[in-house]
Design a protein around this ligand. Sequence first.
Ligand code: G6P
Length: 488
Amino acid sequence: DEREDETSVHDDLVVISNRQPYRHRYDDDGDVVTDRPVGGLTAGLDPVVQRVDGTWVAWGDGDADAETVDENDCVRVPPDDPAYTLRRVWLDEEAVEGYYYGFSNRVLWPLSHGLVGTMEYRDEHWQQYREVNETFAEAVAERAGERSLVWFQDYHFALAPRHVRERVDGPTLMQFWHIPWPDWDTFRTCPAREAILHGLLANDLLSFHIPRYCENFLDCVAGCFEDATVDEQTGEIHRDGETTRVRAFPMGVDVDRIEREAAACTEAEWAEFTAAIGVDPEATLSVGVDRLDYTKGIPERLAALERFFEEHPEWRGELTHVQKLSESRSRIPAYGDVADRVAEAIERVNGRFGTDDWQPVVRLDSHLSAHQLYGLYRNADIALVSPVRDGMNLVAKEYVAAQTADPGVLLLGELAGAQKELGEFALPVEPYDTAGFADRIGEALTMSERERRERMANLRAAVAANDIEHWMDDIFGEAREVRRTRGR
Ligand code: G6P
């Protein structure tokens, strides 16, 4: 019976992620307040864990987190209607520096994005990464049993599955790697390559966004381990009596919610917002929304805009690019560098073309409400999504999901994972080809209404066909399948 099966795979669900779904902090009056998930993975997974009353293990990084947990470091969430257990893991400054700012974000992040020159490997960071992975595995082992489905998220936990396997008998282990996986010649530059692969192969199911990352992963295992049997056809790896299934599941967004929020942004709210950021609500609008990260291609995008205004004086005073940026990992020098380059580029473009009553680029650093963000997406005539490399890029999908009014045009980087699903109907851009990128902006702005409608209708169908719920159903379905074949 399908329904019984479905519950049985959710039975004892344990989710592990670096970021927590609910965070407690003190407000200015010293009262404890809860930050809730607004987007991304934690927001998408939260309802699933609520439905099955599982456990979520995550780094407790809120200043009031410790006050809200019980003697087992657990708190029931959501606070107003408790539905599952959040198990917090405490990390001291040295651990955060080595595990998060160190190995995760100075080695695995650039390496996975193919940016070997940006990688900074240090033994002491690797040591902390190993210890933190063990700490998380211990927390999982407290909660997991034979029937559990344990689901690790992302590159912060390459080693934890192996530790859980050693500590607990019988659980089904799976992991989703949310960023790209590089080819073997890139991956082999990492001194910790063997341990990373050995850790990940403890999973029964390992998933990525697109088939190419799966293929790269299989190549890396074949290149690294002579004793591994890699079946390219089935995507299965056999080594040391274990089997790991490698599969692609392109992540989606919460289409219903985004459509709702976009539609809920009223004319008055939009007018107030555009006035506050100094944008003419009638002008042609371009939008970019990114974490301030060197993989997002932001300086390259600004160079293309500069080139566009140079070649198309008729668009000066007419087109405004609104660039939302969220500060990220700024303690790492490579992030400081890209922040400087972005600031310089914006100053340059605005200095060259800006007038008393018009700025070509409007930079937004502060938090946007859901209405503002999705209203911005809805009203933007074009979206510039041009990462130099990106596992998926959900901004592209969010923009499409919010296009409930007059359809805009999505310009999408060739190296975003989303290209696989959306590439046929978006306008492709190459982030480093400044002249070509500028031409594409011109093409998007002058596209016929008929073509815009047709492209957007196709994009919307593609995004709706694979929303966040489909993504999860597919993954849990595969987990069920794995369980069945292993006789669990
Ligand atoms: C990427 C990663 C996520 C991460 C997010 C934000 O999307 O795949 O795991 O949470 O970036 O980065 P941060 O370092 O702030 O968690």
